[in-house]
Write a protein that binds this ligand. Structure first.
Ligand code: SF4
Length: 102
């Protein structure tokens, strides 16, 4: 096991993955403001996803959000993407917005 693999294993198993998050102080990118329009959501989530692609704890973050049916953008996934992957949230915002447009 390489040093990088050991670090990743420890991050995943020591339960302290939040301490390695690169999104500290960027909450505004990961949770929507009131009455956010779909285009603004897409732009905000694209910025959040950029951070997630560089984050060393993406895997445990994504698992946590899936297992806990979290709202917001976690581990490179939106609520809608988690919902469509089978990890439902009560009212995923993307699906809610699409249904409202019908
Ligand atoms: S994967 Fe994304 S949401 Fe999760 S801790 Fe890292 S930057 Fe934050």
């Amino acid at each position: 096991m390489s040093a990088a693999e050991v670090l990743e294993f420890r991050i995943v198993t020591d339960g302290d993955w939040r301490g390695h998050a690169v999104c500290k102080g960027k909450t505004h990118l990961f949770f929507p403001p009131k009455a956010e329009r779909p285009q603004a959501r897409a732009r905000r989530e694209a910025q959040a996803n950029l951070l997630c692609t560089t984050c060393p704890v993406r895997t445990p973050c994504q698992s946590f959000a899936r297992e806990n049916h979290e709202y917001g953008f976690w581990g490179g996934e939106s609520e809608e993407e988690r919902h469509l992957a089978g990890f439902t949230v009560a009212a995923p915002i993307g699906i809610r917005a699409r249904l409202a447009g019908r």
